[in-house]
Design a binder for this molecule. Structure first.
Ligand code: FES
Length: 161
C-alpha cells in the first residue's frame, strides 16, 4: 500500500496526472522510471520536492530516487530555461490549434519542441492532455495554466519571455 500521507508539492493540477500514473501501476516501486518520466514531461524537470513526493508515494528512499534522476541524462533536476512553456497536445488541444502554437513558439525562438534556447531563456515542452479540455488550447507558462490561447494571447505571453 502506498503512503497516503504523501502530499503533492503544490496544488498544481499536473500532480494529479503523476498520481494517476502511480495509481495505474498500483504504486509499485517498479513504476519509478515511468513516474519520473511523467513528472519530467509535465514539469520539464524533477526537483527535490518532486523527488520527495515520488519517493514517499512509492515508499522508496529519497536517495535512491535522487540517484536514478541524476543517473539518466533525460531527467533534469532544474528547469533548463529561465522560462518554460508546456503546450498540451492532447486531442482537444490538437483540434483547437496546439500545432500552430508550437510552430509559432518554435519560429520565434528558433527551437524545436523539447529544446531550450541557446541563451537559456526558454524551454519548450509538450504534454498529453492536461485535463482541462474545455479550455483548449491550453498551455502552462512558467507553472501557470492558461486556456483558450488565442494568437493575441500567445503573442502577449511570448513577449514576456
Ligand atoms: S487535450 Fe489539452 S487539456 Fe485535454
Amino acid at each position: 500500500m502506498y503512503n497516503k500521507k504523501s502530499v503533492p508539492p503544490s496544488d498544481d493540477r499536473r500532480w494529479k496526472f503523476v498520481q494517476n500514473i502511480m495509481k495505474k501501476y498500483g504504486y509499485s516501486r517498479d513504476s519509478l522510471i515511468e513516474v519520473l518520466h511523467t513528472v519530467q514531461e509535465y514539469f520539464g524537470y524533477i526537483d527535490g520536492d518532486a523527488i520527495k513526493f515520488v519517493a514517499e508515494s512509492l515508499k522508496i528512499p529519497y536517495s535512491k530516487v535522487y540517484g536514478v534522476v541524476t543517473f539518466y541524462h533525460f531527467f533534469t533536476l532544474k528547469p533548463q530555461g529561465d522560462h518554460n512553456c508546456v503546450v498540451c497536445t492532447g486531442t482537444a488541444c490538437h483540434i483547437k490549434g496546439a500545432g500552430g502554437i508550437i510552430s509559432k513558439i518554435e519560429k520565434k525562438f528558433g527551437i524545436r519542441e523539447g529544446e531550450t534556447t541557446s541563451d537559456g531563456k526558454l524551454s519548450l515542452l509538450t504534454a498529453r492532455c492536461l485535463g482541462v479540455c474545455s479550455m483548449a488550447p491550453v498551455i502552462v507558462a512558467d507553472g501557470e495554466m492558461m486556456g483558450n490561447i488565442s494568437e493575441e494571447k500567445l503573442d502577449e505571453i511570448m513577449n514576456r519571455w
